[in-house]
Design a protein around this ligand. Structure first.
Ligand code: MLT
Length: 328
């Protein structure tokens, strides 16, 4: 029997699965100070979402008992992988569980942007019937540029193609045959992607390489019109990670009309600062990092991570181990 601490909540089914397998599960969140004072030192495994930050100092204060960190989700940017590896802790995630939910949110943001859904709603609440000002464009016939072409981007690409969009991608790690198999044009140069596409959606991880990859200069390269010459403006969506888009650059692009709309589910600082000026721009709308926040995704995330954590505890090798390259 292992002692498992779950600090950012988890579905009931997943907790039941762990308990039925004989493990002791504690559901409790901790402050940053408590984490640094070694409150995790009693546990064999910890399961977190994004709220708990497992920094080097926190990991070093866990003592020798912790064997596995489970990230109930995809992104592991809240976990110091090097520190975990040095301490011999296996880090696993649940990479497949939220794909469909994030795909659907991305398409929702694209459609909401080009049809002014959030903006119209804000007007209606103020008693405005702005029918003429809310003329939009269709996605059909436009070029969508996907930054990163993993599972989520491929799902977005499929829906976008079904809606009549031409799909492009920039992903320096992608074997060209994958893009080809999805009828997607792979660009070697990220600037080319911006020069070609009126709609850009971000789907890569946040790394030193991708930090502020979407910036004012690049947004200025976007054509603002479709291949057939229709003025549809430029549109930006990010449901991946904050920090890949330079928010100051995005604001400037919106203010100057370089970009006609922007929709973000993720921000450089989360929870987003209520004073963030983007929130006051009429052509901006956002959501509070809810890509994986569906009943279906959370249920899958919970059971996937519970199974992965138990497999590590049972000495099995787990496909979704994210630090196998760092473990000695
Ligand atoms: C993820 O990385 O799984 C998503 O961004 C969802 C989350 O962090 O809660």
């Amino acid at each position: 029997m292992a002692k498992i601490i779950v600090t950012d909540g988890m579905s009931k089914d997943a907790v039941n699965l762990l308990e039925k397998s004989g493990h002791e599960v504690t559901l409790k969140s901790f402050s940053k100070e408590e984490l640094l004072q070694g409150c995790l030192s009693d546990f064999d495994a910890i399961i977190v979402r994004s709220a708990t930050k497992l920094t080097e100092d926190v990991i070093n204060s866990t003592g020798a008992s912790l064997k596995v960190i489970g990230r109930a989700g995809v992104g592991v940017d809240n976990i110091d992988l090097e520190a975990a590896s040095k301490a011999g802790i296996v880090v696993v995630n649940a990479p497949l569980a939220s794909t469909q939910s994030v795909v659907e949110l991305t398409i929702s943001h694209l459609l909401a942007s080009i049809r002014h859904i959030a903006k119209s709603d804000r007007g209606l609440r103020l008693g405005k019937w702005e029918k003429k000002a809310m003329v939009g464009t269709e996605l059909s016939g436009k070029s969508l540029g996907l930054i990163g072409f993993g599972r989520i981007a491929q799902g977005v690409g499929m829906v976008a193609q079904a809606l009549g969009m031409e799909v492009h991608t920039y992903d320096p790690y992608l074997p060209p045959k994958v893009a080809k198999s999805q009828s997607t044009r792979l660009h070697k140069d990220v600037d080319d992607l911006f020069r070609t596409c009126t709609h850009i959606s971000v789907h890569c991880n946040l790394t030193d390489e991708t930090h502020h990859l979407v910036n004012y200069e690049r947004m200025k390269l976007m054509p603002g019109k479709s291949r057939l010459g229709l003025k549809c403006g430029n549109h930006i969506v990010n449901c991946a990670r904050g920090g890949i888009i330079d928010e100051n650059g995005l604001l400037q692009a919106l203010e100057e009309g370089v970009v006609s709309s922007a929709a973000l589910d993720v921000f450089e600082k989360e929870p987003v600062d209520p004073k963030n000026i983007l929130l006051t721009h009429p052509d901006f709308h956002g959501t509070p990092h809810i890509g994986a926040a569906t009943i279906e995704a959370q249920s899958r995330v919970g059971t996937d991570i519970a199974r992965n954590v138990m497999d590590v505890l049972n000495g099995k090798s787990v496909k979704s181990t994210v630090n196998s390259h760092l473990l000695e």
